[in-house]
Ligand binder design. Structure first.
Ligand code: SF4
Ligand code: MG
Length: 477
């Protein structure tokens, strides 16, 4: 999971790109980067890149950032999946083609890396990093340099050969447009927003719609806004001549990541015109229908368990009463870094214990329903459950607003090792034991979750819940 943002057509593009990508900081905090294209004429330009490990506010500042100037911008926040956190693996990546540089930012993971790497190797195309986005841009370069294709054909060819999840933005030194494309299954999100002010259009792309909301104050008040998703398999070009859409390869089905609904996307981001918060409240209500409990209060594990708690409380009529508090010092010091994406087990455990405090007088002798969005490794749930018993709860009913996360994700989430997943190979009793024996533990069914997100099952990826991988994974199947 990473975040991307791109903009064409605004004189304040640099500030807008920085603000937009900053609004997606929750999607990755290992590294940030930006590339800009300074257009000389429609076939000639200069690309510059600035990137390094750190958060947006740390990376996109200082002299080097101030010196950047251009008309087209692409930006990235990185959550490490393919390749360690390092400056080299940070995005944007670029390739040197015969016509000039090509730069890319991408969200998602390629699953046939080895095959593609060997292919490029045979054609003497160097890969300098361990990151799959570089592989995509190197493959585009191959199509342009060796196969003499134009940029749209090159992208379409690469979309045929590269398998996996990718939502990407590309700029080149030999074309004045900004290109966006999304894998044929449409696993990772990508949206386009067209803002029209006084007859002038600005085109923006983002992994989440809340990034567009964040930059809106940088536009005039009378701006007209059009918003849609980039379609699976679609290639979009935006530039001085407006917007063009091209059909890339088609998959037999769509497979939007169901976990975006459960956890990744910001609650205020929207899809199909509805906020993720609303979908998550739905899931909480479904959870209560499926697994009611006798209790005195419903408390979420903040923040990801909040909408499920709201939904559960409203459906059951049990009072909503937060008794688990995020330690404010933790927020200030760790900058709201999400616990799930801490890279090592020990760091995760330490942070989890520092992250919360428990309001003992409200917990004592109470029957509690505790909601969360998911249990991935079981770390947070375990820390919370143990603390609630120490605070003398009468009973602890843990309710999870998604099914057991049993199978690793290979499409852009760092859950590749199955043995780190709490639910993999464990019975419900085994999971209860792992998290310190709550009174009861129940998960929302897959059917219940799909009902809550209002998208048919055959348009969703559900692999981490049911092992049904839409794109075959070489090492699993
Ligand atoms: Fe999303 Fe799970 Fe599919 Fe990965 S396996 S893309 S996390 S639904
Ligand atoms: Mg959480």
């Amino acid at each position: 999971m990473c975040g991307i943002f791109g903009i064409f057509g605004h004189s304040n593009g640099k500030q807008i790109a920085k603000t937009g990508i900053w609004a997606e900081q929750h999607r990755g905090q290992d590294a940030a980067g930006i590339a800009c294209l300074r257009i000389k004429n429609s076939k000639k330009g200069l690309i510059e890149v600035e990137k390094k490990p750190g958060k947006v506010r740390e990376v996109l500042q200082g002299q080097d950032f101030d010196d950047l100037s251009g008309e087209v911008w692409i930006a990235h926040v990185r959550y490490s999946t393919q390749g360690k956190p390092s400056k080299r693996n940070a995005q944007p990546h670029y390739a040197q083609s015969i016509h000039g540089r090509i730069a890319i930012v991408s969200n998602g993971d390629v699953v046939n890396m080895e095959e593609q790497r060997n292919f490029l190797d045979r054609h003497d195309i160097q890969i300098y990093t361990e990151n799959d986005a570089e592989l995509i841009v190197a493959s585009i370069n191959y199509q342009i340099t060796f196969r003499k294709r134009d940029i749209i054909e090159a992208i379409a060819q690469v979309m045929e050969h590269i398998q996996g999840a990718f939502s990407a933005l590309v700029i080149t030194e030999f074309d004045d447009r900004l290109f966006a494309f999304r894998d044929p299954f449409g696993i990772r999100p990508l949206f386009i927003s067209i803002v029209e002010e006084k007859g002038r259009k600005t085109y923006m792309f983002a992994s989440e719609t809340s990034a567009f909301d964040a930059v809106l104050p940088l536009f005039g008040s009378g701006a007209k806004i059009e918003l849609r998703m980039v379609e699976p398999g679609e290639i979009i070009a935006v530039g001085p001549r407006g917007i063009e859409s091209f059909k890339g390869p088609k998959a037999e089905r769509q497979a939007f990541c169901l976990f975006e609904f459960v956890y990744f996307s910001r609650p205020d981001s929207t899809i199909n015109g509805k906020s993720f918060q609303a979908f998550r409240i739905n899931a909480g209500r479904e959870l209560c229908k499926e697994y009611p409990a006798e209790a005195d209060l419903v408390s979420p594990i903040p923040k990801s368990g909040i909408p499920a708690g709201v939904g559960y409380a409203s459906f059951s009529g049990i009072p909503y009463m937060p008794v688990i508090i995020e330690n404010p010092s933790f927020d200030i010091d760790f900058g709201r870094r999400r616990t799930f994406i801490e890279p090592t087990e020990q760091e995760r455990l330490l942070k989890a214990q520092l992250k919360f405090n428990f309001i003992a007088d409200l917990i004592q002798e109470k029957r509690l329903v505790i909601t969360d969005d998911s249990i991935v490794r079981g770390l947070i749930t375990g820390v919370v459950n143990k603390a609630l018993w120490q605070s003398k709860a009468k009973s602890v009913h843990i309710r999870i607003a998604s099914p057991p996360y049993r199978f690793p994700c290979f499409y852009g989430i760092e859950t590749k090792r199955k043995n780190t997943l709490a639910a993999a190979g464990r019975t419900m009793e085994g999971i209860k034991e792992l998290i310190g024996q709550p009174t009861t533990l129940a998960y929302l069914s897959l059917e219940g979750l799909i009902k809550s997100v209002e998208i048919p099952k055959d348009q969703l990826c559900t692999a981490c819940f049911d092992g049904n991988y839409p794109i075959p994974i070489p090492c699993v199947l």
